[in-house]
Design a protein around this ligand. Structure first.
Ligand code: ZN
Length: 236
């Protein structure tokens, strides 16, 4: 019995490694997700700002062409003033010119606001872009590293599973059944009895149970956590 059980320690070591890899598999995809979200949030910000800038540029173009049209109209009307004889017509035309000039001032006001807005947006874009280069761009490298890490872990895990399959073939079948069913609670399955204390749950083992552990004639489970107990000096 003694040796049969101790042979399982090799299997247990593999199972602990496999379990560690499983934790890695749970954590790395989450880490990648967090980084990807951070990158896409910043990319959206920059794209929104670029859109805003192109809208403002278009607005500015519109104001420019509106002002150009008004200038042409004013010029035409001023030319016309010289050809008019009647006072009434003269006044009407002067009023029209006055209206156009006021409209032009209104548009120039809007144009100025748009220009200020555009300048500010461009400044923001510059800041965001350089911040992206320094803070966000390196995250892409970090994601690549994590992905490689994940791939490596997967390969190592496959090797461990292959080793495990080899080892289980050589082990006592009855103990293996019990071992596998306890493994569902995560490794380790076989733990030391440290004096009359279970090395896993740290609860006290009854003296008669501890004696059985030391005799090593049968499989002894901790009465509290169900782990298989072995003498401390055997657990290497
Ligand atoms: Zn226990």
């Amino acid at each position: 019995m003694e040796n049969k059980l101790l042979e399982f320690l090799k299997l247990q070591k593999i199972d602990i490694d496999i379990s560690d890899f499983k934790k890695t598999f749970e954590n790395i995809p989450k880490e990648i997700d967090v980084l990807e979200n951070k990158i896409s949030t910043e990319e959206i910000k920059i794209n929104n700002l670029k859109d805003k800038i192109s809208v403002l540029e278009k607005e500015l173009d519109d104001y420019n062409s509106q002002i150009e049209t008004i200038n042409t109209k004013i010029k035409n009307q001023e030319d016309k003033l010289f050809t008019i004889n009647s006072n009434k017509e003269f006044e009407a035309l002067q009023k029209e010119t006055g209206d156009l000039k006021r409209l032009k001032i209104e548009i120039e006001d809007k144009q100025l606001k748009t220009m200020e807005n555009l300048e500010l947006s461009k400044e923001n874009l510059n800041n965001f872009t350089s911040q992206f280069q320094t803070d966000i761009e390196p995250l892409k490298e970090e994601i690549k590293k994590l992905e490689n890490n994940l791939k490596e872990c997967n390969e190592k895990k496959e090797t461990l599973i292959a080793d495990r399959n080899q080892i289980t073939k050589t082990l006592d079948e009855n103990i293996l059944i019990q071992y596998e069913s306890l493994l569902e609670d995560n490794p380790p399955v076989i733990v030391s009895a440290i004096g009359e204390t279970c090395g896993q749950c740290f609860l006290t083992i009854p003296p008669q149970t501890y004696i059985k552990v030391l005799q090593q004639k049968e499989i002894v489970n901790c009465p509290h956590c169900r782990k298989i107990l072995i003498p401390e000096e055997n657990n290497v």
